[in-house]
Design a protein around this ligand. Structure first.
Ligand SMILES: [Zn+2]
Length: 314
C-alpha cells in the first residue's frame, strides 16, 4: 500500500484531477468536462471514474489513496461540506459534496472554495512555500482570494473569510455583482478592466482600442504597450486598485508575501511593477519593505496541488 493524495479542482467547464505522492509530487493529472447539467450524482461518479483510471494508469488503486481534497466555486457551507447554491453550478443545491466524494473514493475528503484551495497550493508548494503568511489573489472574471495566517487558511466565523475581492476601495464607485459599490473586483478584475475600457470607448474617448469589435483585458494591455493613452489610464486604475488592496491587506493580516495569480498575470512584469508602484506610493513608509508582491508559480495546477495538500493536512 502506498500513500497517495488526490486533488480535485472543479471549474465551470472542467474538473482537473491530480494524483500526488506523499511529498506532494504530482504523478499525473487529468481533466474531464464538468457537465453540471447531469446533476451532482453523475458528476461525482465521473470524478470517481477518472480517479480510478488515473490510479490504474500509474499502477495503483483506491486502496493506495490516504486522503483527497476538493475545491469548488463558492459560496458553500464548508464546515458542513455542503454546496448550498453555487451560481456556477446551478444543479448543485444543498449537495453534500464532501460526503459524496468520500463515499465514492473510500477515503477522507477536505473541501473548500476554489480560491482558498489555489491559495493553499501556492502556499504549500508554489510562490509562498517558504513563508508562513500569505495573501493570494486570482485575477479573472472576478477576483478570488485566500489568506494563510500562521500556516493555516483563514476561515472566519462562517467559513467565508478572505472575500477580499469585495473589499471597497472606491466608496460609491462602480457597481459590483455582489450588490456593493466600489469593490476592488468591480474595478480591477480582468473582465471589469476590459469593461471599463469598452465603456470609455463607447462614451467617445479616442483610443486605438475603438477599432476592435470586442475588447478583452489582454487587448487593453497590448494597446497600452503600443502607447495608447486610454489603455494606459485603464491599466493604471486597475493597478492602483490592486495596490490599494495590498496596502489594506498588509495592515489587516501582515503577510510576508502577496501572491497574484489568474489569467491577467500573463501581462507580465508591466502589471507587477505597476501594482508595486501604487502600493509603494500609498503605504505607510515604515511598512514599505515588510512584504513582497509576487506572481504565482503553479499556474492552472494550483487548485489540484492545494486540494491534495488540504486533504493531506486535514
Ligand atoms: Zn463586490
Amino acid at each position: 500500500m502506498s500513500t497517495l493524495f488526490i486533488g480535485v479542482d472543479v471549474g465551470g467547464t472542467n474538473i482537473k484531477i491530480g494524483c500526488f505522492d506523499g511529498d506532494l509530487k504530482l504523478l499525473e493529472k487529468v481533466s474531464v468536462t464538468t457537465d453540471v447539467d447531469m446533476g451532482p450524482e453523475v458528476v461525482v461518479q465521473r470524478m470517481g471514474e477518472a480517479v480510478r483510471q488515473l490510479l490504474k494508469d500509474l499502477g495503483y488503486s483506491l486502496k493506495d489513496v490516504r486522503a483527497a481534497g476538493i475545491g469548488t466555486p463558492g459560496p458553500a457551507d464548508y464546515k458542513a461540506g455542503i454546496i448550498i447554491n453555487s451560481t456556477n453550478m446551478p444543479t448543485f443545491k444543498n449537495t453534500p459534496i464532501r460526503q459524496m466524494l468520500s463515499d465514492e473514493l473510500g477515503c477522507p475528503v477536505a473541501f473548500d472554495n476554489d480560491a482558498n484551495v489555489a491559495c493553499y497550493g501556492e502556499f504549500t508548494v508554489g510562490a509562498g512555500k517558504d513563508v508562513n503568511d500569505i495573501v493570494f489573489f486570482t485575477l479573472g472574471t472576478g477576483i478570488g482570494c485566500g489568506i494563510v495566517s500562521h500556516g493555516k487558511l483563514v476561515q472566519g466565523a462562517t467559513g467565508n473569510a478572505a472575500e477580499v475581492g469585495h473589499v471597497i476601495v472606491q466608496p460609491g464607485g462602480e457597481p459590483c455583482n455582489c450588490g456593493q459599490r466600489g469593490c476592488v473586483e468591480a474595478i480591477a478584475s480582468a473582465s471589469h478592466t476590459a469593461r471599463r475600457a469598452a465603456e470609455a470607448v463607447k462614451a467617445g474617448e479616442t483610443s486605438s482600442l475603438s477599432i476592435l469589435p470586442e475588447i478583452t483585458c489582454k487587448d487593453v494591455f497590448e494597446h497600452m504597450a503600443q502607447g495608447d493613452a486610454l489603455a494606459t489610464r485603464i491599466i493604471d486604475e486597475t493597478a492602483r486598485a490592486l495596490g490599494l488592496v495590498c496596502v489594506n491587506m498588509l495592515h489587516a493580516t501582515d503577510p510576508a508575501r502577496i501572491v497574484f495569480a489568474g489569467g491577467m498575470i500573463a501581462a507580465g512584469d508591466v502589471l507587477l511593477q505597476a501594482i508595486r508602484r501604487h502600493f509603494e506610493a500609498q503605504i505607510w513608509t515604515l511598512r514599505k519593505e515588510t512584504v513582497e508582491i509576487v506572481f504565482a508559480s503553479l499556474g492552472e495546477d494550483a487548485g489540484i496541488f492545494g486540494a491534495a495538500a488540504l486533504g493531506r493536512d486535514a
